[in-house]
Ligand binder design. Structure first.
Ligand code: AMP
Ligand code: GLY
Length: 423
């Protein structure tokens, strides 16, 4: 099969790495890709929002399957357009992508399907939102309805902070994404990222991981796209996974099918493990980043065949097996991330780090400039390790990090702290 992978992050590099292991792969293309992906695929400089350009590329290269990495093209209906052009694609169409594209849509679906999640109100009017807020206990969570690149959520500890977040949404801070606001109760517990593949009917559990959203050690500082991840997450026991499948995933997939918008692709449930069992924080309609970097290192089965089965409605016959042991990824970010990452910093000694047994380095925001590998984005590299145990995976990941010369970069030093009792 000829495959076109869409995206340019660490998630897509990890997907490319796993796709390349498939005996069924003929040729891998990426649009636009990055310097790491370019070592595995033919990168074509077509932007992810250039739907016509992507469709033309599929025709030109005789693409058998498109794998869409990021959420924006899914929410924008790329998969519907590809299908209309006769191209098979992995990922939900526009209607099903509302599970990520509209928090209000998902909250209403949860209410109808009885899916455990935080109590909430949904508002398109500021004064009604503020009136609701007056009766809320603190802390409280204020969310812009639409896609806001991970910045649309405020966990507020006071009425004033929550009111300011509501005002910011309606004042246009998040553009159209903030035209509607969801206010929801604060949930206490540990967070887990749980993935399933679905072809609209069948469901195949596809791993879990824990991310580290805050920029600083000890989970301090602003939220980021994710500073590191590990799998498996010991806190997510088989019983909790079974409960999440029964109470959250199955009802959601069934409700989407009943609405005539079957979900095909990877459903990523952000879960809070509360005293009352797993509850849904949010759905995403794509793979997680950096969770995918660790999951792909542990996947034993053929990713290409699995994604093809999800896209073509034949998932019921598939299974997913995983390597024993643990994987960890540490994100190297450019100084200033997430607010104002400093671009252009030179990165050296990557080859030495990547040569360590059990280490793979996935590129995110990198570029080649004047013969040097340089930082071109906030999250720059994912230094990923596998080992028999999580403490060994952590030691190996940081040994690799310490070999890399990236003076304008930084990383968290405590990835895995929730699972490893040494901090
Ligand atoms: P989201 O973009 O919806 O994943 O929210 C970003 C982060 O905000 C989550 O990863 C949680 O850490 C936090 N968060 C969101 N909703 C809640 C909630 N209802 N209770 C507690 N924390 C939340
Ligand atoms: N790592 C969280 C996300 O991909 O949204």
């Amino acid at each position: 099969m000829n495959v076109l992978l869409i995206g340019s992050g660490g998630r897509e590099h990890a997907l490319a790495w796993a796709l390349c292991a498939s005996p069924s792969l003929t040729r891998l293309y990426a649009a636009p890709g990055n310097p790491g992906i370019a070592q595995l695929a033919i990168c074509v400089d077509v932007a992810i929002d250039d739907h016509a350009g992507l469709i033309a590329l599929c025709r030109d290269k005789m693409i058998d399957l498109v794998v869409v990495g990021p959420e924006a093209p899914l929410v924008a209906g790329l998969v519907d357009e590809l299908q209309a052009a006769g191209v098979l694609a992995f990922g939900p169409g526009r209607a099903a992508a509302q599970l990520e594209g509209s928090k209000g849509f998902t909250k209403d679906l949860c209410r109808e399907a009885g899916i455990p999640t935080a109590a909430y109100g949904r508002f398109s009017d500021k004064s009604a939102a503020l009136a609701y807020l007056r009766n809320c206990a603190m802390p409280i969570v204020v969310k812009a309805d639409g896609l806001a690149a991970g910045k649309g959520v405020t966990v507020a500890t006071s009425y004033d902070e929550a009111a300011a977040a509501i005002s910011a949404c309606f004042a246009g801070t998040f553009g159209a994404a903030g035209g509607e606001v969801v206010i929801e109760d604060f949930m206490e517990g540990e967070e887990v990222s749980f993935f399933v593949l679905s072809d609209g009917k069948s469901i195949l559990p596809f791993g879990s991981a824990q991310d580290h959203k805050r920029v600083g050690d000890g989970d301090t500082g602003p939220n980021t796209g994710g500073m590191g991840a590990y799998a498996p997450a010991p806190v997510f026991t088989p019983d909790l996974e079974a409960a999440a499948l029964e109470t959250i995933i199955r009802p959601a997939i069934a409700a989407m099918a009943a609405r005539g918008m079957p979900f095909r692709g990877v459903l990523f449930a952000g879960l809070m493990l509360t005293g009352d069992g797993p509850k849904l924080i949010e759905f995403n309609c794509r793979f997680g980043d950096p969770e995918t970097e660790v999951l792909m290192r542990l996947l034993k089965d053929d990713l290409l065949l699995l994604l093809h089965a999800a896209a073509s409605g034949t998932l019921a016959s598939m299974s997913a097996r995983w390597h024993k042991g643990a994987a960890m990824t540490v994100v190297l970010a450019a100084k200033g991330y997430p607010d104002a990452p400093q671009k252009g910093g030179i990165i050296r000694n990557l080859e030495q780090a990547a040569a360590l047994d059990g280490v793979e380095i996935f590129h995110a925001g990198t570029a080649i400039s004047a013969g040097h590998l340089v930082a071109s984005g906030g999250r720059v590299l994912n230094v990923t390790s596998t080992a028999p145990t999580l403490p060994e995976a952590r030691a190996l990941a940081y040994a690799a990090v310490d070999l890399i010369d990236f003076k304008d970069g930084f990383c968290r030093r405590d990835i895995g702290h929730r699972a490893i009792n040494q901090d």
